[in-house]
Design a protein around this ligand. Sequence first.
Ligand code: ZN
Length: 149
Amino acid sequence: MKVLKSEEKKTSFILDANGAIVQNVENFYRFCAERKLMGVKCRSCGSVTSPPRPFCPKCLATVLEWTELKGQGELLTFTVIHFPPSQFQALAPYPVGIVKMYEGPHLPGIIKNVKSEDLKIGMRLQVDFESAIPKEWPRWPRYFFKSAV
Ligand SMILES: [Zn+2]
């Protein structure tokens, strides 16, 4: 497997035999390191999936291309985590939501800088990115949601 250095921030991406950036979760997080929320767009039906999958969940086509999302959406549902996995223990309790992104995908994520009691279904949220590198896979910065202003 070859690895390409991006021009912008020297992020390495996993490439296929043709030199294209492989559409997988690992590369999705590598894009997060460049503060880009990426998905894949189906060339057959146009639906957008994020994080990327090897096929379109709507029409099952396998020809997809990378597309950058605006990072904004509406809160569909949320829950508050009181007993998190060990790496998130310092954050608890914290809300996790599923956000319907402007482009269509439903993206799960931690919600920061909004108190649990202030969360409302349908409220607008936007993606932001951590700068810290986690100790566990994938060892790339994570995205999270915050209140859209
Ligand atoms: Zn499709």
